[in-house]
Design a protein. Structure first.
Length: 360
């Protein structure tokens, strides 16, 4: 009787460990069929245990792991050659919704009633991978900032001298002559290069925000007024609606953000169309949505639009949206891009409310 009670207690302890484990635990037979799937695995993969029992474990794997799995088990059973069992490695797993995520998979072997079973411990590495990506991005930005500072020092000042000299030469040429138009073009090219250096410096070394209580809609309205004479937005109908609570932010940096977003939307619509700007409150934040009537953003490039130097324009630095994101993140906010079913693009700027505990 004591042995029976002891066995029962041991089974209860093992069951409690299985159910309470933070990492996913799965058990498969020698044919790769799932026999156990703990609650953590349910959370990781999005399946209930009843939906996976009896199915091949390859359903939890993207290619090429899915295609290799059964062959791997067969080869191990035949030759004893282990590539994962007892070692573990980093792979990608497949959720029910079709998304993949990085995991560390450790596989152990056991025998139950003479039958071989395999236990897999699945540890989600998503947070670690995101942190590593952020660290790499920060290191790259530091190097970019150093390079931008060198460019500004070594190129910007000589460019100013060249520009002045060309303007002097141009002033001595006959107005409307071919030579005068060439000097005008040179000055325009120098101005474009100066603008690129300015944008690069702003992205690589953004100024620290000088926060003050501001009404976001008022800053948006001021930005629209500043762009009235810009030919890029001259043919665009801009509507402003909603209400905005006060936020703790740097109004000058917000103007840069809103200017980039408005120009980006106007260029996407080739200077013709409508931009609706809608402000409101959500949770502990203020949100401003820029909705344009342009063609939208293709799915294949949606994840790249905030990457520095990525652009689909014939003339563009690819720094506008990247800089806007950096400036908003410096305010402890974020920018999100959506493509509504009805077309166009929606860019949402989220800023924490004043007194929400996320002051700059």
């Amino acid at each position: 009787m004591r042995a029976s009670n002891s066995d029962h207690r041991a089974a209860q302890v093992l069951g409690a460990i299985f159910d309470s484990a933070v990492d996913g635990i799965i058990v498969i037979d020698a044919n790769g069929r799932l026999e156990a799937f703990n609650p953590a695995a349910e959370r990781l993969f999005g399946y209930r245990e009843s939906e996976v029992i009896g199915r091949n474990v390859s359903m939890l794997m993207p290619s090429p792991y899915r295609d290799e799995h059964d062959g791997y088990i067969g080869r191990y059973l035949e030759t004893g050659e282990a590539r994962i069992i007892g070692v573990g490695r980093e792979v990608h797993a497949l959720r029910r919704d079709g998304t993949t995520f990085p995991v560390h998979l450790a596989v152990g072997e056991m025998t139950v009633d003479g039958e071989r079973k395999f236990t897999g411990i699945v540890h989600d590495l998503s947070a670690r991978v995101r942190m590593e990506e952020q660290l790499r991005e920060q290191a790259a930005l530091v190097r970019l900032g150093e390079m931008a500072a060198v460019i500004a020092h070594e190129i910007k000042n000589p460019l100013a001298g060249i520009r002045g000299a060309v303007q002097v030469i141009g002033s001595r040429l006959a107005s409307g002559s071919r030579e005068a138009s060439v000097t005008d073009e040179i000055v325009a090219r120098i101005d474009a290069l100066n603008a690129l250096i300015r944008d690069l410096l702003l992205f690589a070394r953004p100024p620290q925000p000088r926060p003050a209580l501001v009404e976001v809609l008022s800053v948006v309205a001021t930005t629209i007024d500043l762009l009235r004479d810009d030919p890029t937005v001259a043919g665009v109908d801009i509507e402003l609606e909603g209400t905005s609570p006060p936020v703790l932010a740097d109004p000058e940096l917000l103007k840069i953000v809103f200017q980039n977003l408005l120009i980006n939307s106007a260029e996407a619509m080739h200077g013709r169309g409508r931009i609706r700007i809608v402000a409101g409150t959500t949770g502990a934040g203020c949100e401003v949505r820029f909705l344009d009537s342009g063609p939208g953003i293709p799915a294949e490039i949606r994840d790249k639009v905030f990457a520095p130097f990525f652009t689909t324009k014939a003339r563009g630095t690819g720094l506008g949206l990247a800089t806007a994101r950096r400036l908003i993140e410096a305010h402890r906010g974020f920018i999100r891009i959506d493509v509504p079913p009805g077309g166009g693009t929606a860019i949402t700027v989220h800023l924490p409310l004043a007194g929400a505990g996320t002051a700059v």
